[in-house]
Design a protein around this ligand. Structure first.
Ligand code: MLT
Length: 325
């Protein structure tokens, strides 16, 4: 009896050290980071910068797979069903917290189906229009919209995307509905804005800054409390005439639920290193944003933030009466 007991203890010890050795060896192959929007958009841009730097730290390549559609919920559903082995990661934004209120039939749970790794960045948004939109400032833009109403088209990345949320708040604030044109991401939406096929968009500075600076699109306001250092001449929407209008798009990194804690901790460490990488910091600054502080690039910080954002957005969405079956 005693021999059997000792053998069992020895086996458990060996099994335990095998798991530890496995976690210590991680990663031994390429990691896939799923982005729930099309390539070339703002979430994709953040993901590619972070993946490159994390990959350098982990000495393994992290490739991006774009799984766009339905405001990010198709990509999220894919990750929720993936093996929790550290080789599938998920970079999503504020949409992870709005989806539970907006989608009545999600096949995953925004909190319970994922292991949070850490927050990444908070990106300001900009209200932008095609280059030849007939308004030189916010006041003229508003007058044009009021006169033309649903003839004006507004691009977004689907229900629950950041561009959808910003547009919803904008239309509510001005009391006018525009015609919404959904895309799989604001990367392709930007192509149509540049081509003049769509009139308007509210999108993250990570997607709009270079197009604004090169004069390829017009900007009417930023969604932050204060003006941005990267575009100091552009008024806040608050200043322009929409009191209290404020939106920033936070991004987080996740793994599927059940990913072992040592792997999650390794990934959080790599994320923290990436966010201090001078290349990442400079690129973020060029795009009008910055990495979060070290204390927020952690699993517990993302877990708490996600929960509080779900609590914040739920009532706003219910009040707006917007949802998908
Ligand atoms: C959004 O509106 O949620 C994003 O811009 C989507 C994207 O990254 O394409």
């Amino acid at each position: 009896m005693r021999t059997t007991f000792l053998r069992t203890v020895a086996c458990l010890a060996m099994f335990g050290s095998a798991i530890t050795a496995h976690a210590q060896a991680y990663p031994t192959k390429t990691i896939t980071m799923i982005v729930p929007f099309a390539a070339g958009g703002p979430t994709d841009t953040v993901a590619r910068l972070v993946a490159q730097s994390m990959g350098n730290k982990l000495k393994q390549q992290i490739i991006i797979e774009n799984v766009g559609g339905a405001g990010g919920t198709i990509g999220a559903a894919r990750v929720a069903k993936s093996a929790p082995d550290g080789y599938t990661l998920f970079l999503h934004h504020i949409g992870q917290s709005t989806a539970p209120g907006l989608y009545r039939k999600l096949t995953y749970n925004a909190i319970d189906s994922f292991e949070p790794i850490g927050l990444i960045t908070d990106v300001p948004m900009t209200l932008v229009a095609r280059k030849d939109f007939p308004a030189k400032d916010f006041k003229e833009m508003l007058a044009y919209i009021k006169a033309n109403k649903a003839k004006v088209t507004y691009a977004n990345a689907g229900l629950g995307s950041a561009s959808h949320l910003c547009g919803m708040l904008f239309m509510t604030a001005i009391g006018t509905d525009l015609t919404t044109v959904p895309y799989k991401g604001t990367g392709p939406a930007m192509n149509d804005l540049l081509g003049g096929q769509v009139d308007f968009m509210c999108d993250q500075t990570t997607n709009t800054t270079s197009q604004i600076k090169s004069g390829k699109i017009k900007v009417y306001g930023v969604t932050t409390k204060a003006r941005l250092a990267s575009m100091p001449d552009v008024p806040t929407l608050n200043e322009a005439g929409l009191p209290g209008f404020e939106v920033a798009v936070w991004h987080g990194l996740y793994a599927p639920k059940g990913t072992p804690k040592p792997i999650v901790d390794t990934l959080a460490g790599a994320l923290q290193t990436a966010l201090k990488d001078p290349v990442v910091k400079q690129r973020f600054a060029d795009l009008g944003t910055e990495p979060v502080a070290d204390s927020r690039a952690r699993p517990e910080a993302l877990r708490a933030h996600l929960k509080s954002e779900i609590d914040r957005w739920g009532p706003i969405i219910t009040k707006a009466g917007v949802y998908a079956d």
